[in-house]
Ligand binder design. Structure first.
Ligand SMILES: C[S@@+](CC[C@H](N)C(=O)[O-])C[C@H]1O[C@@H](n2cnc3c(N)ncnc32)[C@H](O)[C@@H]1O
Length: 451
């Protein structure tokens, strides 16, 4: 991963510290502007200190507002790598810290150590840019500590990782425990799957040739190497594909929307599954509560030249004029299944947050049941690895609200048989397809409304 080792040519010189007041001679050296580390620091602080999503923090970072796309992209990768290896980095730092440093100091050290141990940043740049970052962020009194600690890590290098159980360290304890329901080998496979950056997966419009460098996956998605820029792929403007993880396209496929059917996508933005349903020929109504995300959905649907009825509303309260033949409920959830792409997901949620999510999923399931015609189909999906949001929800709902289980069949999942559970549900996780680069964690279950 290429994180710029020095500031871009446009960089200005800034005074040290928050106030810019005069400082002792050895600290008076001007500090180089470095938008990449500034933004990465904002992102990691937002995730660790405020439990705010990486993307939300990036959008709010003042450093990110004026930065060039290149710096924002590099910052995103640096922050994501720091969060992905957070547990390991904490364990490496610990012996070098005699007492607990303030959280912002630890965050700067994590970012510096990540560049030394997991990215290809030259040691002098990783150390120097971290010291400068601390001076810019009013942490100058700790600059000497950072210099000393990071130099020791640079000297120790990869030997400092020997004997560390990195897979275990990088997963919060409560999640590791909760994933034991998958079986011991699977927890490790998931952790291994989460330890690297995810490739870029595309769903193609039918008839679109596989883009250069892409691998056609058994499930029909196309996979390109991690770090591929979407805009650089031929056909983007023409709407010949959209970005969608290989596992994420399964729930809409399993709804099996038919041409002319009235289908609702209840939690729709940014619209990957809406696009699948529309391309199947269904008359799609896409609901989304968040107006900003609804705008993104509309842009995506317009780029793909698809025809979809959009409604910005709370799906739990919205009443349709006519009942639907089929409904996809891709419910809001802990998103732990997407931690390859969003490593912040592991560090934001706490066990107690699950309760509110489970309740909101129950309300949405009840609303979906009300909107469905007798004989209509419902696919409930979550991008979560938590059983409370997946199998336990499916078990609770079966036979209630007039919803009868309608298991997926081996024929429907013949291209991914390992994802079919004994109950006839879909369960994917990041440990699947290790040789191909993994996939996101999804759960899906299908129901039919009683006549
Ligand atoms: C998991 S994402 C959906 C991803 C989408 N199905 C796709 O494939 O691109 C969940 C979405 O549901 C929206 N949402 C959450 N609660 C909602 C509600 N009560 N009504 C409608 N949309 C809701 C969120 O804003 C978010 O955009």
């Amino acid at each position: 991963m290429n994180i710029p080792s020095s500031a871009p040519s446009s960089a200005r010189r800034k005074p040290a510290g928050r106030s810019g007041k005069s400082r002792p001679a050895k600290e008076r050296r001007p500090v180089t502007a470095d938008p990449t580390r500034d933004i990465a620091f904002d992102i990691v602080s937002g995730v660790i200190e405020n439990r705010r999503m990486l993307e939300t923090t990036l959008a709010r970072s003042s450093a990110a507002q004026d930065a060039e796309a290149r710096d924002r992209g590099a910052a995103h990768r640096l922050a994501a790598a720091t969060l992905r290896h957070r547990g390991t980095l904490m364990a490496v730092l610990e012996p070098f810290l005699r007492k607990e440093p303030p959280e912002p100091v630890r965050i700067a050290l994590l970012i510096g150590a990540c560049q030394l141990l997991f990215l290809e940043t030259p040691p002098h740049a990783a150390v120097g840019t971290t010291v400068d970052l601390m001076r810019r962020r009013g942490l100058a009194p700790f600059a000497g500590l950072a210099n000393a600690v990071l130099r020791k890590i640079a000297t120790g290098g990869a030997s400092l990782l020997e004997g560390l159980d990195q897979e275990r360290l990088n997963i919060p304890a409560w999640l590791w425990t909760s994933w034991k329901t998958f079986g011991p080998g699977t927890v490790r496979a998931i952790a291994r799957g989460l330890s690297h950056e995810a490739p870029l997966d595309l769903t193609l419009r039918p008839g679109t040739p596989v883009p250069e460098g892409g691998e056609l996956l058994p499930t029909g998605s196309v996979r390109l190497p991690a770090g591929t820029r979407v805009m650089d792929i031929a056909g983007y403007e023409e709407g010949t594909f959209w970005v969608q993880d290989a596992a994420a396209c399964l729930p809409a496929r399993l709804l099996a929307a038919q041409p002319g059917e009235r289908v609702a996508d209840l939690c729709a933005a940014p619209g990957g599954k809406t696009a699948q349903l529309a391309l199947a020929g269904a008359q799609v109504t896409a609901l989304e509560r968040d107006p900003v995300r609804m705008e993104r959905l509309k842009e995506n649907i317009a780029r793909l030249r698809l025809d979809v009825n959009t409604v910005c509303a709370d799906a739990a309260a919205w009443q349709p004029e006519h009942l639907f033949d089929a409904i996809l409920l891709d419910a809001p959830c802990s998103a732990t299944g997407t931690a390859r792409r969003h490593p912040d997901a592991l560090w934001i949620k706490r066990p107690r947050d699950l309760k509110a999510l489970v309740e909101s999923q129950e309300l949405l399931l009840a609303a979906a049941a009300r909107m469905l015609k007798p004989g209509g189909r419902l696919v409930y999906a979550v991008c979560s690895l938590q059983s409370e949001e997946g199998s336990e929800q499916a078990r609770k709902i079966a036979g209630k609200l007039g919803l009868q289980p309608h298991p997926f069949t081996p024929e429907e999942l013949s291209d991914l048989p390992e994802a079919l559970t004994p109950e006839g549900w879909l369960r994917t996780h990041p440990g699947m397809w290790p040789e191909r680069g993994g996939m996101d964690g999804f759960f899906a279950a299908r129901f039919v409304k009683a006549d």
